[in-house]
Design a protein. Sequence first.
Length: 133
Amino acid sequence: MSFEKWLVLAAIAAMLLGPQRLPLYAEKLGVLVRNLRSYADNARERMRDEMGAEVFDEIDWKKLDPRQYDPRRIIRDALLDDDSEPVVSAPSASTAEAAGEAATVVGLSSVATKPAPARLTDGERPPFDSEAT
């Protein structure tokens, strides 16, 4: 939140609470902020103790800040960073020759023909896409 928004909230709180109760609630807010800061410091120290000081200091905490994430960048990186190569089964030479001969017999030599799907040999496993299931 910006400073102006905090200022507007403080003005509204001052009008709603009035001059009698405002000091009491300001004191309670100060205690709350000190307690929250203490809780955060204790949590940080506990993480440092459990992880080890050298590991804790090596972590780039700014990189893990959720406000730094841009959904468009995440999607773009996921789409462009494809580690696994797709499994493409090329038709065998005999299948391509048979398709070419069939097209010539029919008189479609100038028309592109769709290659016949590759056949599996005995004991060969079909390609499996782990992301599709």
